[in-house]
Design a protein around this ligand. Structure first.
Ligand SMILES: Nc1ncnc2c1ncn2[C@@H]1O[C@H](COP(=O)(O)OP(=O)(O)O)[C@@H](O)[C@H]1O
Ligand SMILES: [Mg+2]
Length: 376
């Protein structure tokens, strides 16, 4: 029987655990033309949920546009990604209405061509920016203008999702933020700003001195609730023709710490390990296999850390929760206050660590934390 668990971004027709209220809320905000910031740690299901919401909106005749801003490298890169997303979204909308490709004349700055995947028949858009000797910032402004014109002229609704939006900061062009804000506030549509690096993302929207200050509804994706998660695991096992007793499902849920990704990844491993019925011992095995499999990803996460940053990260992982400026912590781990302050800033901007209500720091991802304490 085919494994019923999935660890890639979920397609709208794949089984989804819970998130009923969030799906409804997001869909309503889009219908109302509101802008929303959707934030949660990595692998909490932000992209999957927005995919689902946009699928629903599309079925209602709303045009949906999705651009991934993860690891943007330059303004040009942003323009390319935006252009491709806009043309793809508009084209899909038109195909739905069987009107053809009339969009391109609305975007003189983009030379786009469509090709069709012979296997799936799905259109794929190839983008080239018209060579008009514009600077990257001028190109960005032009395409934002062109989007604004289309939104003004057309009478259908539009929802634009910008995934990992906070990565606009990494291109280190300070004028981008203000430019985006200036146009977005005039665009007649609903924007979703998604992001994992919460500290950076929230600062963009909650810092008085910044252009996007209070320009969107804030929405946090919470951990998956235990009851629904347990039920989800048991149901999926049943669909796959195997039995997962409630106490075994509960053990997986406990190990996943509310992370949808780990819930799926552990269940996936467990499903592979068990014959007809899974046991609690197999969950331990599944967990070990999972951690060993994740290590490449974790190694990539720490690859670019300085030795001071890694030292602090590991020290926090070892403590579980740490008051990092305390003498006991500093002395216990051979750290200095100055070093810790700089490292802490960077680590929290990457969303590797965060502070709880009592001011204690902890490693955001619980399995990453386990790995940090055992891998060295
Ligand atoms: N509601 C859900 N039910 C079941 N699995 C989910 C759910 N949301 C997310 N997932 C799982 O989590 C993984 C990460 O989801 P993704 O949408 O890529 O997260 P993010 O965008 O927050 O990093 C997906 O591969 C999927 O396996
Ligand atoms: Mg994502």
């Amino acid at each position: 029987m085919k494994n019923p668990f999935h660890t890639d971004t979920l397609e709208p027709d794949q089984p989804f655990c819970n998130r009923v209220a969030e799906l409804k809320e997001l869909t309503n905000h889009a219908r109302n033309g509101m802008n929303v910031v959707l934030f949660a740690p990595r692998r909490y299901g932000k992209t999957s949920i927005v995919r689902r919401v946009q699928h629903q909106l599309q079925s209602e005749g709303i045009c949906v546009i999705y651009a991934q801003f993860m690891r943007l490298v330059s303004v040009e890169d942003m323009v390319q990604r935006l252009a491709k997303a806009v043309i793809t979204g508009l084209h899909e909308h038109e195909s739905l209405l069987e009107k053809g490709q009339r969009w391109l004349r609305h975007f003189p700055s983009i030379q786009a061509s469509l090709s069709f995947d012979p296997a799936t028949g799905m259109p794929s858009v190839n983008i080239q920016l018209a060579k008009r000797q514009l600077s990257p910032l001028e190109s960005l402004e032009t395409i934002l203008d062109e989007i604004g014109n289309v939104l003004r002229k057309e009478n259908f609704q539009v929802c634009i999702a910008l995934d990992e939006f906070q990565d606009i900061i990494d291109i280190k062009e300070p004028r981008v933020e203000a430019l985006l804000r200036e146009h977005i506030q005039r665009h007649r549509c609903s924007y979703f700003f998604l992001g994992s690096r919460r500290r950076v993302l929230l600062d963009i929207f909650n810092n008085k001195g910044r252009p996007f200050y209070q320009s969107a509804v804030m929405m946090e994706l919470e951990p998956l609730p235990e009851g629904e998660s347990t039920e989800f695991v048991m149901n999926q096992f049943a669909l796959g023709g195997k039995l997962c007793p409630p106490e075994v499902a509960a053990k997986i849920v406990e190990g996943a710490h509310g992370y949808p990704y780990y819930l799926q990844a552990m269940s996936y491993r467990l499903f592979e390990l068990c014959e007809d019925e899974c046991s609690s011992e197999l969950v331990d095995q599944a967990y070990k296999i999972l951690v060993s499999n994740e290590r490449y990803g974790y190694l990539a996460l720490i690859q670019n850390l300085s030795s001071g940053q890694l030292k602090l990260l590991r020290a926090i992982a070892e403590e579980g929760q740490a008051r990092v400026a305390s003498t006991a912590f500093l002395q216990g781990h051979g750290l200095t206050l100055g070093g810790v302050q700089a490292a802490r800033k960077y680590l929290s901007e990457q969303d590797y660590i965060e502070q709880d209500k009592k001011g204690l720091w902890f490693v955001v991802d619980p399995i990453f934390r386990d790995w940090l304490t055992s891998a060295f």
